[in-house]
Design a protein around this ligand. Structure first.
Ligand SMILES: [Zn+2]
Length: 55
């Protein structure tokens, strides 16, 4: 299952969401877990590869 990384443009929170491709197409972008804003942007895969690390 692919992991998608999102950045909230409201509070700057970065979070990852694991979901299938069909789930993502059905649900669209998730809400920010911190401020509940829907103004989240998906972090591009290339950028994600650079910053990906175990938390
Ligand atoms: Zn937020």
């Amino acid at each position: 299952m692919p992991t998608y990384e999102y950045a909230c443009s409201n509070c700057g929170e970065r979070f990852e969401k694991m979901m299938t491709i069909s789930e993502r197409q059905r649900q669209g972008a998730p809400r920010c877990p911190k401020c509940k804003s829907k103004k989240v942007e998906q972090v591009p895969a290339a950028f994600q590869a650079v910053t990906a690390k175990k938390t």
